[in-house]
Design a binder for this molecule. Structure first.
Ligand code: ARG
Length: 409
């Protein structure tokens, strides 16, 4: 048998997201990619004599971050109809630098909620096979949605109409689509319960899948052992998705008091993407985003943040969902400061991307904390993220599965 490989990390501080506090002088032992022991300089864990040591000096250790909502292909720099100047696989090719930027930003796990050509399965295979650097990926492949809905293709003239491979109308068609996506590599199911901002001719406030369709999607996903996420801006679509048993609601923009209460009762996770508004409003037009979509962003962004504050004050459970891809990959951590600005403590914001995200993935034995048994997914930042959320934007060191992926100290 091969010799076990042990790496010991030491630093000035550690953000202990399970205990909810900062720990001084942590000592973390990682053996063969998993965390073997966690102690402090005063009470050090057992360390094998041949262990490799990495002293991160004044930095703070933080669990590898988890973004529960990204789109890894393409670039926001080419918006609207400009995409038609590029060939089919263009977006997929750009996924390669995008997954690296995501990992370099400290995100060691991401959930891909909608990607054409099943490209997110290819990213996962290339990363897990050691061919390219990137985070662990939980892939949805195509998002399931209604004909003409947010997740269909609505940009062509009628004589050139195309239907997204994710389209399904009626509960039986939805059942078939869940099974088909699973067959093609999906590890999570995404449904589009309402209209959206970045689609043509859809109303973010309007429900687009019936309760029966959402219930079928949730039951079928759960039967197959998958979690399910719903894109939902509108009040009724949010509530229908919660009642249907969907695990995470994405965007959540127009949630009302009853929706917050329902989410708490059901234990539904809410993923408010409160960072990307600034990017769209300042850069969208010059990137070619259509005025129709920018106009919708103006209507959604402000309300979404007010409702985020209400959901935080109301005690709902939150996950860190950014919709990265609307803005350039690697800027994901900028959302932490926005979450704090709109009512969270820095600890709550960090927990949304660690302990909570891991639970919502059903992976809290593997990711989401620096704790024995979990993967050696550990980053280091300058400053204390429990005092200053912007410190998470300055990632100096990234370890994934015990392997150092970035070190720019
Ligand atoms: N993918 C979402 C949509 O098109 C993005 C919404 C972004 N805007 C926001 N305020 N969260 O609907």
């Amino acid at each position: 048998a091969a010799q076990a490989e042990t790496v010991v990390l030491t630093a000035a501080r550690m953000a202990d997201v399970l205990a909810g506090k900062s720990v001084a002088n942590p000592v973390v032992v990682v053996t063969d990619g998993r965390i073997a022991a966690v102690g402090t300089a005063d009470r050090p864990p057992a360390i094998p004599a041949d262990a490799k040591r990495i002293d991160l000096g004044p930095l703070t250790l933080v669990p590898g971050l988890i973004d529960m909502h990204v789109h890894l292909g393409g670039t926001p720099l080419i918006g609207g109809y400009r995409r038609l100047e590029y060939t089919d696989q263009f977006n997929t090719v750009l996924g390669v630098p995008n997954v690296k930027a995501t990992l370099d930003a400290g995100f060691t796990t991401v959930r891909s909620l909608g990607e054409e050509h099943h490209a997110d399965v290819a990213f996962r295979q290339a990363i897990d096979g050691g061919f390219i650097p990137g985070p662990r990926i939980v892939a949805a492949t195509y998002a399931i949605g209604a004909t003409g809905g947010h997740c269909d293709e609505n940009t062509n003239v009628p004589s050139m109409v195309r239907t997204s491979p994710g389209v399904a109308d009626g509960p039986e068609a939805v059942r078939h689509k869940v099974r088909e996506l699973k067959k093609l590599g999906a590890q999570v199911i995404k449904v589009c319960a309402t209209g959206g901002v970045f689609s043509r001719n859809t109303d973010p406030g309007a429900q687009q899948m019936t309760y029966e369709e959402l219930k079928m999607a949730a039951d079928e996903a759960h039967m197959l052992g998958l979690k399910i996420a719903a894109h939902a801006h509108g009040t009724d679509g949010i509530k229908a998705a919660i009642k249907a048993g969907i695990d995470t609601i994405e965007h959540v923009s127009f949630i009302d008091a009853e929706g917050i209460k329902l989410a708490k009762e059901k234990g539904t996770w809410l993923g408010f993407d409160v960072y990307n508004t600034e990017y769209t409003l300042s850069e969208g037009a010059k990137n070619g985003v259509l005025e129709e979509n920018i106009e919708k962003e103006r209507r959604v962004g402000t309300l979404q943040r007010e409702n985020f504050r209400k959901a935080v004050e109301g005690g709902a459970r939150h996950i860190f969902s950014t919709d990265a891809g609307i803005y350039p990959h690697g800027m994901n951590a900028r959302q932490f400061a926005v979450m704090v600005r709109f009512g969270m403590t820095p600890l709550q914001a960090l927990q949304s991307a660690t302990t909570n995200a891991a639970q919502a993935l059903g992976r809290d034995k593997d990711v989401g904390a620096i704790a024995p048994g979990r993967f050696g997914d550990i980053i280091a930042v300058a400053g204390d993220p429990l005092a200053d959320p912007t410190s998470l934007e300055r990632v100096a060191f990234v370890m994934k599965g015990g392997k150092v992926e970035k070190d720019v100290r």
